[in-house]
Design a protein around this ligand. Structure first.
Ligand code: RP5
Length: 168
């Protein structure tokens, strides 16, 4: 088993379904991942220890998802000199609470925040960062993007066809 390059962290095991797309897309792209539930509030020592030792343990990018008072990404970013991607999760208030908690970092400690429930894009962004030094991964990402474009073009054809039938 290759050592994980990306950690997909979440504040609670109840976040797993929302965070799974990040782990899945990274696995699809051949990026080894470790998935953990570590709470900034309820297991702070373990969360901080993970962040402090992450670079030494070979991680290159950390993805952190949490809902509510979502401080996991910020706390992890404060303790790790690695790119941290925050995923605000819609657990209450439509996820706006988690969005503001994740995105409004003070100057000096960056968290790259994706959309509410944006775990898939968090995985893709982590892969894109890694692809800067990995041409094979860049090729896989390009192929995935072409696939996405192909699906949109197919849906465009379908909409045009249905639309022109409506005009008949
Ligand atoms: C946050 O509180 C977690 O990230 C989760 O989204 C939310 C609720 O956690 P549980 O009460 O389901 O464990 O810290």
């Amino acid at each position: 088993m290759p050592s994980p390059l990306v950690a997909v962290l979440m504040g609670s095991s109840s976040d797993l379904a929302a965070m799974q797309p990040a782990a899945d897309v990274l696995a699809e792209l051949g990026v080894p991942v470790e998935v953990r539930a570590l709470s900034a509030h309820r297991s702070p020592e373990q969360a901080i220890e993970f962040a402090r030792s992450a670079a030494k343990n070979g991680f290159k990018v950390l993805i952190c998802g949490a809902g509510g008072a979502a401080h996991l990404a910020g706390v992890v970013a404060a303790h790790a000199l690695l790119p941290v991607i925050g995923v605000p999760l819609a657990r209450s208030l439509g996820g706006l609470d988690a969005l503001y908690s994740t995105v409004q970092m003070p100057p000096g400690i960056p968290v790259a925040t994706v959309a509410i429930d944006g775990a898939l894009n968090a995985g893709l962004l982590a892969a894109t960062i890694l692809a800067l030094g990995d041409p094979l991964l860049a090729t896989r990402l390009r192929a995935r993007r072409e696939e996405t474009t192909g699906k949109v073009l197919a849906s465009d054809d379908e909409v045009r066809e249905k639309g022109s039938r409506l005009l008949d």
